[in-house]
Design a protein around this ligand. Structure first.
Ligand code: CP
Length: 311
């Protein structure tokens, strides 16, 4: 019997996965979460594979959880440091990734400030590219771990009201979550100041309100988004104090949601800005669980995309 190499699959946006594949990855993540609870948190699924972490933008959660996920699957992991690489000697992105591939890298996990950068790298190399965030475009693995957290707690997505509040304009997380959640039947309501809501966003099968109480009322999930000061070139907010006054998720506002509401945030949080600090640490908060689930979900994704062989 001939054994063919598995066809290369990338994850650039949620469009790269079918609905069935999303559910399969979430289901498989349950088993990987169980592995992570063992004394020996390691399985041989990616033995012999090399995963390169290519982060051109800051990250704590995505980078470290991909590193842990790959190591728990027994892959070799290389951390590429942009600031000490030959990029500093004007080497191009294309030559950089082709150089890494020439050293037998199989998987490239990439974060870059340029929207479309992961798609571009996928054209240059034969290995798999997993997008860890490209500008304000897409962050599919964050959406998968957010969806896993909801799936684990609520058992599905159909009919759930998910209110997403904050800096929608600059958020790659919201774009990927809209794609995944609406395709699986959730109702997504977006809320924020008009300057932080992109025009025509309603076309993406979501509703929009500027009234935070309306957004939160009867919600099953309330997700805060960070105000991305580093991506704001013009003054889009009068002051942070006014943002908090009108849009902050605080105890009083959260009490309008369903009693078993899940409070989520992809992190990092500006405490006291998008979420009241004590609410971020309250019983409704699953923010730390999102981080924990990120490792299991990324193990599941790596296994699904690059583990094993097709016959
Ligand atoms: N949520 C997220 O992408 O966090 P990091 O920037 O820390 O990776």
């Amino acid at each position: 019997m001939t054994v063919k190499a598995k066809a290369v699959r990338h994850l650039i946006t949620m469009d790269d996965l079918t609905n069935d594949e999303i559910i399969m990855i979430l289901e498989e993540a349950k088993s990987f979460k169980e592995v992570l609870g063992r004394d020996i948190k390691k399985v041989p699924a990616l033995r012999g594979k090399t995963v390169v972490l290519l982060f051109f933008e800051a990250s704590t959660r995505t980078k470290i959880s991909f590193e842990l996920a790959a190591k728990r699957l027994s892959a070799d992991v290389v951390n590429f440091s942009a600031s000490t690489s030959s990029l500093k000697k004007s080497e191009s992105l294309k030559d950089t990734v082709r150089t890494l591939e020439a050293m037998a890298a199989d998987v490239f996990v990439m974060r870059h400030s340029y929207p479309g950068s992961a798609q571009l790298v996928a054209k240059y190399i034969k290995g798999a590219v997993l997008n860890g965030g490209d500008g304000a475009h897409s962050h599919p693995t964050q959406a998968l771990l957010d969806m896993y957290t909801i799936y684990e707690k609520k058992g599905g997505f159909k009919g759930l009201k998910v209110a997403i509040i904050g800096d929608i304009k600059h958020s790659r997380v919201v774009r990927s979550n809209i794609e995944g959640l609406t395709r699986l039947g959730a109702e997504v309501v977006l809320c924020g100041p008009s300057t932080l809501l992109p025009r025509y966003i309603e076309k993406f099968n979501v509703s929009v309100t500027y009234n935070v109480e309306e957004a939160i009322t009867d919600a099953d999930v309330v997700m805060g988004l960070r105000i991305q000061f580093e991506r704001q070139k013009q003054g889009l907010l009068p002051t942070i104090l006014e943002y908090a006054q009108f849009f902050q998720i605080n105890r009083e506002r959260l009490s309008l949601a369903k009693p078993d509401v899940l409070l989520m945030h992809p992190g990092p949080i500006n405490r006291g800005v998008e979420i009241e600090s004590e609410v971020a640490d309250s019983v409704y908060s699953v923010i730390d669980e999102q981080v924990t689930n990120g490792v299991a979900v990324r193990m599941s994704l790596l296994y699904f995309l690059v583990g094993g062989k097709d016959e």
